[in-house]
Design a protein around this ligand. Structure first.
Ligand SMILES: Cc1cc2nc3c(=O)[nH]c(=O)nc-3n(C[C@H](O)[C@H](O)[C@H](O)COP(=O)(O)OP(=O)(O)OC[C@H]3O[C@@H](n4cnc5c(N)ncnc54)[C@H](O)[C@@H]3O)c2cc1C
Length: 434
């Protein structure tokens, strides 16, 4: 069903082959469209992440036909273990019709390659080591009609970057992550009034590597909890099942001290209070401490205009409640693919454009109200007093905590469901998207 014509190099160009780009490309290729994916790195490659996947992400993996069994190298988890307010609490993932009852972990080195190869198997053409340098715009209409790109030579080959190539397609998708140079070159800047997180992580060889809970620390102490200083931020410990644990912490830009935070120092101070037998010590550290930003609550818009569509971190889709970005990258990719496939089945012109313009509306209907609630939540917990009251009085209440996990991980049944699901869905519906 390719509509590739003489003046086009593909039906759709996808820039970036992270979870957002690979998922978009997979679903587009499945409809028979000719999809060209341009990725500046070569797989396998590292990506700074916690490597934790909630049941939302598992659902998207299943939809791509990916085998998530233990034999295929995945470690399942049962839910969230929360440390805070002097308590340790285990909250299983909710039992829902919409999402599976387990999450997963997988190092991004494998995870991203698995997704990219699945897109290739579905028919997408992937050009690795190809850096997109900017959009190509139609001088008359201002519409994005392609991209310019430069091949990146293999390190050590002694050659510099190759000559610039132009690729053209009726629709271009920016899946190039948080800084999304492509969106910026097309004039789509970051919205400063949206929450932004910064997080760092590293790996340690640890006997806790096969933990089947995702562990979240709501309070970070630089020694024994309650008997030392409370540090800013939130932490996690995710067992990777391969002999190592992914350990990291993050902070939101609503927190005091966000601007001048020394993340590596904070991580060291926090881990100094951990039991030594867990192995979170210098001589068992594997790799460096590395950090990156988490763009939240739709921090770049519009998600479609003039031939350029944004998916995943490029469109600022990280969940402000819990910092999860992979599921939203994959879901937005699937939604984008559905819209683009329908649009390209219509003749070029206003009819097609109307279909493409339905993508931001679909995103807003799905996440808009929930993300607005997330922004309010992020502002509230920026105040340490609010967080203290919430952990002291919320954690001891099992029913309240079951509600909290559903709200924080956005895990409800959209139809039917229990009273908690109905309440969360109703709140998200009546809260205005912005
Ligand atoms: C420390 C940390 C921990 C996190 N932990 C979790 C977690 O546990 N679970 C979770 O769900 N989320 C987590 N996140 C968020 C998650 O990493 C992101 O939301 C997710 O990677 C977004 O996917 P994406 O495909 O949109 O972007 P990315 O994963 O950033 O992929 C973008 C791709 O585009 C490529 N690219 C960029 N520029 C160009 C260019 N000019 N030309 C060609 N290619 C280009 C890049 O090489 C990359 O492959 C974490 C983030 C951080 C920083």
């Amino acid at each position: 069903m390719s509509r590739n014509s003489a003046d086009h190099d593909a039906d759709v160009i996808v820039v970036g082959a992270g979870p957002a780009g690979a998922t978009t490309a997979y679903h587009l290729a499945r409809t028979g469209l000719d999809v060209l994916v341009l990725e500046k790195t070569a797989f396998p490659r590292e990506k700074v992440c916690g490597d934790g996947l909630t049941p939302r992400a598992v659902k998207s993996l299943v939809a791509m036909g990916i085998d998530t069994s233990a034999e295929a190298g995945w470690l399942q988890n049962k839910g969230l273990r929360i440390y805070g307010g002097g308590m340790r609490l285990e909250l299983p993932w909710p039992d829902l019709a919409e999402y599976p009852p387990h999450g997963l972990v997988r190092k991004r080195t494998d995870f991203d390659e698995t997704l990219a190869r699945q897109a290739q198997k579905a028919g997408a053409r992937l050009h690795e080591r190809t850096t997109v340098t900017g959009p190509v715009t139609d001088e008359r209409t201002g519409r994005v009609v392609g991209v310019t790109a430069k091949p990146v030579r293999e390190p050590g080959s002694g050659e510099g970057a190759g000559t610039e190539i132009t690729y053209r397609a009726p629709v271009v998708i920016a899946a190039d992550g948080n800084s999304s140079r492509l969106s910026v070159s097309a004039g789509r800047m970051r919205r400063e009034n949206r929450p932004m997180g910064v997080a760092v992580r590293t790996y340690f060889e640890s006997p806790r590597h096969d933990d089947d809970w995702l562990e979240s620390w709501l309070e970070l102490w630089d020694g024994k909890p309650g008997q030392s200083n409370l540090l800013p931020g939130y932490g996690w410990v995710f067992g990777m099942g391969d002999g190592t644990s992914n350990v990291g912490l993050g902070m939101l830009n609503t927190a005091t001290g966000f601007q001048n935070a020394d993340y590596r120092g904070l991580l060291k101070a926090w881990l100094s209070g951990m039991p030594p037998e867990w192995g979170f010590v210098d001589d068992r550290q594997v790799g460096q401490v590395r950090g990156a930003a988490l763009p939240m609550g739709f921090n770049r818009k519009p998600h479609y205009a003039s031939g350029l569509m944004l998916v995943g971190d490029a469109g600022g889709m990280v969940n402000p409640f819990n910092g999860e970005g992979i599921a939203y990258a994959m879901e937005s990719g699937e939604m984008a693919a559905e819209v683009v496939a329908q649009a390209l089945a219509r003749p070029d012109g206003p009819q097609r454009e109307r279909v493409l313009e339905s993508y931001p509306r679909a995103l807003s209907a799905r996440y808009g109200g929930y993300y607005t609630m997330g922004r309010i939540f992020v502002r509230a917990i920026g105040n340490p007093q609010v967080m203290k009251i919430a952990t002291r009085h919320g954690l001891p209440h099992p029913v309240l905590m079951r509600f909290t996990i559903k709200l924080l991980a956005n895990l409800t049944d959209p139809r039917g469901g229990d009273a908690m699901d109905r309440l969360i869905n109703a709140l998200a519906k009546v809260t205005p998207a912005a």
